[in-house]
Ligand binder design. Structure first.
Ligand SMILES: Cc1cc2nc3c(=O)[nH]c(=O)nc-3n(C[C@H](O)[C@H](O)[C@H](O)COP(=O)(O)O)c2cc1C
Length: 328
């Protein structure tokens, strides 16, 4: 089965989930290299007055990324979102994704993100405005609803399809759940019964078998993987292989993973510069350390490094030794 979003036939069924503070350009490129069928950028405010900061400028940097490039917008004013979508398409976005899934207070107190799910009329006005503003495919990412008493994702999905949205991703938690508890997939299954546009299932999908089970249960065309890709960008290779062939991919050797980690570090230093690059790299190194049973000694050394040269060297030595243990 091919996952299609608008006129794009995607090469796999596993997508990277947008994650603010994680899915920067270096990480997106890495995940795409390992087969992520799409890699949306970190959410960008629709308020263009906020775009002049270094942070927003980096979020808008898609240099060298393969088509289709997905820009995710967060906002609550239909016209503001429509204008932001148009500008981003002019800047090279191939797909516009609208965030109605973020539960963060910083976002929700302005009635954005998942707070919008409580106002279906406003959802419709937003989707209409954005779809009228751009000719590229527009997708929507939502949660299952506001809270357990109000799981209206199936209604929102049907409404989105009627507006002309090209695909919908549903995270199996409500806004009130935040990240607590486990994701549920029943609501996605209910949505599936109401729509025939592509449905992307999201939430707690952390390996190939789970991806297949969620696809089978929900009837979704694709899965979106967030936290399980942190420290494991190669997960897309494993999930895509299993979904396509029913066979597990040969696991990557530790030496190959070490090489990938070092390349990731180098791309972070280049993208963020020395000071911020080292700090952003710490976060990823912490996640990569979860791969190592011997991480207790390496982790503090990686975290203590204050400059890129010593951080890189510590990673090279530490992960290199880990790889050698496998080779021995
Ligand atoms: C650190 C972090 C940042 C996130 N930022 C965004 C975001 O910018 N836009 C968005 O739609 N969802 C965001 N999410 C939600 C994820 O896209 C995804 O829906 C959620 O993590 C559930 O998927 P998972 O269980 O595979 O991680 C974020 C999640 C995390 C953990």
């Amino acid at each position: 089965m091919t996952l299609r979003i608008g006129h794009y036939a995607l090469a796999g069924r596993a997508l990277l989930a947008p994650m603010a503070g994680v899915t920067d350009r270096p990480f997106r490129q890495l995940c795409r290299r390992f087969g992520a069928a799409l890699a949306p950028a970190e959410m960008l405010s629709a308020d263009q007055r906020l775009w002049n900061t270094g942070k927003s400028q980096r979020r808008m940097d898609h240099d060298g990324e393969p088509e289709p490039r997905v820009v995710q917008l967060v906002g609550s004013e239909p016209q503001e979102l429509a204008d932001a979508a148009r500008v981003n398409v002019d800047l090279g976005a191939h797909i516009i994704d609208i965030n109605m899934g973020c539960p963060a207070k910083k976002v929700c107190h302005r009635h954005c993100g998942s707070a919008l799910l409580a106002d279906e009329a406003l959802v419709e006005r937003i989707l209409d405005a954005v779809l009228r503003a751009v000719s590229v495919p527009v997708t929507l990412k939502i949660r299952t609803g506001t809270n357990s008493a109000q799981r209206n994702a199936p209604r929102i999905a049907a409404l989105a399809q009627a507006c002309g949205i090209a695909a919908i991703a549903i995270h199996g938690r409500t806004r009130a759940d935040f990240f607590r508890g486990s994701a549920e997939y029943d609501t996605m299954r209910h949505a599936r019964a109401l729509i025939d546009m592509p449905l992307i299932a999201n939430g707690d999908i952390d390996d190939a078998e789970r991806a297949r089970a969620v696809l089978a249960f929900t009837g979704a065309e694709g899965v979106m993987i967030g936290r399980a890709a942190q420290g494991a960008p190669w997960i897309f290779r494993d999930v895509n292989a299993y979904l396509a062939t029913n066979q597990f991919a040969t696991p990557l050797l530790r030496a190959s993973k070490t090489e990938i980690i070092l390349q990731h570090l180098a791309s972070l230093y280049q993208f963020y510069g020395e000071h911020t690059g080292v700090r952003v790299a710490r976060k990823h190194l912490g996640w990569y350390c979860r791969q190592l049973s011997e991480a207790s000694e390496l982790r503090p050394r990686l975290m203590a490094a204050e400059d890129s040269a010593s951080q890189f060297l510590a990673a090279q030595r530490g992960f290199g030794q880990w790889a050698q243990l496998q080779a021995a």
